[in-house]
Design a protein around this ligand. Structure first.
Ligand code: ARG
Length: 395
């Protein structure tokens, strides 16, 4: 049996709630400290976690990491056009930050171990473990180690006076912060099952969205969104407002088959209205300001960045190096993009930048700045080797 103090990553949900009696009874810890980290979950979830932690654990911390989440994780992800198989990675981006805040508490509290409620099937266990192990902590993961089922957990909770909030008719596992809302479990586990309207909280059904297109203007400075419709806003406020605007137009629903790190394929449903708009606008702006070779190379960099971010390997040296490259390119990613939102779809309507590599004088049908005859010489050599190859075949 273990002795001493353990710090538990705490959300107030069923898994982490029953971890408290389990850590006492099954593992034998005599002091349990719960930590809830606020990365923009619904306020009610944070309140629930705080109240439950205070009631059930020996000591509880709620840490506000929202600002840090936007500045250190969401903004870099926009710069990297962060997307894993089409998922903007809200959950993935938040995990390293949550883990790091928990490590700080563990150090302050002089805890011997860190516990979390992740199962042995998902990605979160890997993202958390990586940070905890990097900080030198041993990990306790009761759900994974004891191979627990939901049903057993609910019984155990009832026996231990742990309030259960999972409703039988809505058995979804939801993870939410302001970058994305993920909905898993229940009948959604059948990939052929059509998602019912009740799983959505941020977006209206496209068929109920307004019949007129709504336009938004996003202004970027060095790859980071700084203003919405001409109003300068701090990151959190900008994302929250854009979630509302795009959500009411039905933009940002995502139903996909996702390849988890372990190799399992999972059916995932997401809502991420603001992320959908910001990523589309940012990508478009890059096409205006970056060179063709920068764009092609950055595509590869962005993909690799996203893969590492998805895995939570944010302290992999390659991740630092990719960030350095990305930041260099973003020095010129300033300007605005106008986006039209209409019944679940999105279209870039226009873009502008003082740093555009675009010259209407050169490209215009109406301009004589370029002497078109100069293209003849270029064209003489164009595709030369392919032409020589085709000639071989004629012999
Ligand atoms: N599949 C996503 C990821 O690995 C989302 C996981 C959401 N977690 C949850 N408990 N609903 O990042």
């Amino acid at each position: 049996m273990e002795k001493g103090k353990v710090v538990l990553a705490f959300s107030g949900g069923l898994d982490t709630s029953i971890c408290i009696p389990l850590l006492r009874e099954h593992y034998g810890f005599d002091e349990i400290v719960t930590v809830a980290v606020d990365v923009g979950q619904p306020e009610a979830d944070i309140t629930r976690a705080t109240e439950k932690g205070q009631k059930l654990a020996d000591k509880h911390y709620t840490i506000d990491a929202r600002e840090k989440f936007v500045t250190d994780y969401v903004f870099p992800s926009i710069k990297a056009n962060g997307s894993y198989e089409g998922y903007p990675m809200g959950t993935a981006l938040a995990r390293p930050l949550i883990a790091e805040e928990i490590v700080k508490v563990a150090q302050k509290e002089g805890a011997s171990k860190i516990a979390h409620g992740c199962t042995g099937r998902g990605n979160d266990q890997l993202r958390f473990d990586f940070i905890f192990r990097s900080a030198g902590y041993d990990i306790i993961a009761p759900m994974r180690e004891m191979n627990l089922t939901r049903e057993w957990e609910i019984c155990y909770a009832q026996e231990h006076n742990v309030p259960v909030t999972v409703a039988k008719d809505k058995p979804y596992s939801i993870d939410e912060n302001f970058w994305s809302r993920s909905i898993e479990g229940g009948n959604l586990e059948d990939p052929a099952f059509h998602p019912p309207e009740e799983i959505y909280a941020w977006t209206v059904s496209p068929k109920d969205a307004p019949d007129a297109m709504e336009e938004v203007r996003i202004e970027f400075e060095q790859g980071v969104p700084v203003a919405l419709n001409g109003k300068r806003l701090p990151g959190i406020a900008l994302i929250e407002e854009l979630n509302l605007i795009a959500g009411r137009n039905g933009v940002g629903r995502n139903d996909m088959i996702e390849d988890r790190v372990l190799g399992l394929k999972a059916r995932e449903n997401y809502e991420h209205p603001a992320a959908t708009v910001l990523l589309a606008a940012h990508r478009d702006l890059e096409h205006l300001v970056l060179t063709r070779s920068e764009l092609a190379f950055k595509h590869i960099v962005d993909d690799k960045w996203s893969e590492l971010a998805y895995m939570g390997l944010v302290h992999e040296p390659l991740f630092y190096a990719l960030n350095a490259f990305i930041d260099k390119t973003q020095e010129r990613a300033s300007g605005f993009v106008d986006v039209g939102l209409y019944k679940g779809s999105l279209r870039v309507l226009g873009r502008s930048s003082d740093l555009a590599l675009y010259s209407d004088d050169l490209v215009s049908f109406d301009s004589t700045t370029i002497d078109q005859n100069h293209a003849v010489g270029f064209s003489n050599y164009f595709g030369l080797q392919a032409r020589l190859f085709q000639n071989l075949k004629k012999r």
